[in-house]
Design a protein around this ligand. Structure first.
Ligand SMILES: Cc1ncc(COP(=O)(O)O)c(C=O)c1O
Length: 480
């Protein structure tokens, strides 16, 4: 039974104002001093859950109590991606304008599935993605859509690429199809294989192509694989080239791959989720060389463009094909406007957040020069760190550094090769439990590699220098 004495409706506007001011103050303080917190959360599994009630509250609770729990219970379980000592994976930044954009997005809470369900959401997305396209030097033949992640982008692309073959999988499903093949380097991101699992290509539908000594896809090996597959009854469908692979950030030779795709009539998707953004720095524009010939390309503003997660930009040459592949409009979603973009037709997602708002605010707040200056500084810091590694007798670099990410390992003189992986594992563990910096790891040519990726908006030279100091101290300790 409903209690007639309970007030209905939302939080009172005055309370919202008061709480909101307090929360903004908290956020401003947090952003000013993220170094107060250990970068990597130091709690053990289950520790957060054990402090939370098993059952939901039956009565209203004051916001002050909720926020106190946020600080006391949840904050210790936060890994601080907004910390300048965050060097793991690829850093992401919740920048000031990006956070304000998120706040407005939540306040308006529009669903941009159709143009008419919020014309500004659709049109701002079109304009903002066109700005980003220009900033990256991509041709005007690309049209963009914002997705949550690059993983959703590749999933969307694989379905469209299959439709492009004219096999009518949309209508008939995949059971009668010849086996289809997608090609990507052995260094490409796991999202390709996951998308293949989800879309019915299957893991065997992804053929991994060998790389050269600098971890770049070998176009000759790709050509051989395609020819071999055709001879064996496979139907080649799509090639994924990567600009900035996840482990070593290598750049596949897109011009040569694009030429091969053209000869073979294959869809070319470029995964520039991390590295593509470097093209915003005028002197680095060549990282996207050849991408004008691609059918689709993804770049992630939420990785290296200071836009809070999530925000991934997928560009396609032929949005009509996306609509042919995905558009399905039940009566209740019919709308009278012709000649407008209804983004729900471009992929699997119906409801859509107004993500363009935060990206628009980031682009306007920093401007092209401000963004390029920040990326340029990250590139400089990556090179600086690589130089320290190169000069050290106790460390070695394991891959070239085309962007701001360095793969390296401790290799103390006299250490036996079979001990080196374990030394590095322990070193990483020591560094990360210290709480000042966080680095992640990968495997490079079978070696356990430490990986320092500079990409957070608040990271300065002193943070990178501190990471280097900690690594040296940690290794000294390790060697006793
Ligand atoms: C090269 C590359 N592609 C794709 C992805 C997946 O990105 P998302 O988390 O946006 O799906 C990553 C993630 O690090 C990546 O490094």
């Amino acid at each position: 039974m409903e209690n007639p004495l309970l007030p209905l409706g939302d939080m009172e506007p005055e309370e919202f104002r008061r709480q909101g001011h307090q929360l903004i103050d908290w956020i401003a303080e947090y952003l000013a001093h993220p170094e107060r917190y250990p970068v990597l959360s130091q709690i053990s599994p289950g520790q957060i859950k054990s402090q939370l009630p098993l059952a939901p509250p039956s009565q209203s609770e004051p916001m002050a109590t909720i926020l106190a729990d946020f600080e006391q219970v949840l904050l210790p379980g936060i890994t601080h991606w907004n910390h300048p000592g965050f060097f793991g994976y690829f850093a992401i930044s919740g920048s000031g304008p990006g956070i304000l954009g998120e706040l407005l997005c939540a306040a308006l809470n529009v669903n941009g599935m159709l143009w008419r369900t919020s014309p500004a959401a659709t049109e701002l997305e079109e304009v903002t993605l066109d700005w980003l396209r220009q900033l990256l030097g991509l041709p005007a033949t690309f049209s963009g859509i914002i997705m949550d992640t690059a993983s959703t982008g590749i999933l969307t692309v694989l379905v469209a690429a299959r439709e492009h073959l004219g096999l009518h999988a949309r209508q008939h499903g995949t059971s009668g199809l010849p086996p289809l093949r997608i090609y990507a380097s052995e260094q490409a991101h796991s999202s390709i294989e996951k998308a293949a699992i989800a879309t019915g290509f299957g893991q065997e539908g992804v053929r991994k192509i060998a790389v050269d000594a600098e971890f770049r896809l070998d176009p000759a090996a790709l050509a051989r694989a395609i020819a071999e597959d055709r001879a064996r009854g496979w139907r080649p469908c799509c090639v994924v080239a990567t600009v900035g692979t996840t482990s070593t950030t290598s750049i596949d030779p897109v011009p040569a791959i694009a030429a091969l795709c053209r000869e073979e009539g294959l869809w070319l998707h470029v995964d520039g989720a991390y590295g593509g953004m470097a093209a915003l720095v005028p002197e680095c524009r060549q990282v996207l060389a050849g991408c004008d010939l691609a059918d689709s390309i993804v770049v992630n503003p939420h990785k290296w463009l200071f836009t809070p997660i999530d925000c991934s930009a997928l560009y396609v040459k032929d949005p009509h094909l996306l609509r042919q592949t995905f558009s399905l409009v039940p009566e209740y979603l019919q709308s009278p406007e012709a000649e407008v973009t209804n983004y729900m037709d471009w992929g699997v997602q119906l409801g859509r957040r107004f993500r363009a708002l935060k990206l628009w605010m980031v682009l306007r707040h920093f401007g092209q020069e401000g963004l390029a200056a920040r990326l340029r500084e990250h590139l400089r810091l990556g090179q600086l760190f690589a130089g320290w590694v190169d000069q050290s007798p106790c460390f070695e670099r394991l891959a070239p550094v085309p962007f701001s990410t360095v793969c390296f390992r401790a290799r103390p003189p006299g250490a036996e090769e079979q001990e080196v992986d374990a030394i590095n594992e322990r070193l990483l563990q020591r560094i990360n439990t210290g709480g000042e910096v966080f680095l992640s790891h990968t495997l490079v040519q079978g070696h356990y590699a430490l990986r320092l990726a500079v990409g957070h908006i608040r990271t300065q030279e002193r943070h990178v220098a501190r990471a280097w100091e900690l690594l040296q101290e940690g290794l000294n300790h390790e060697l006793g």
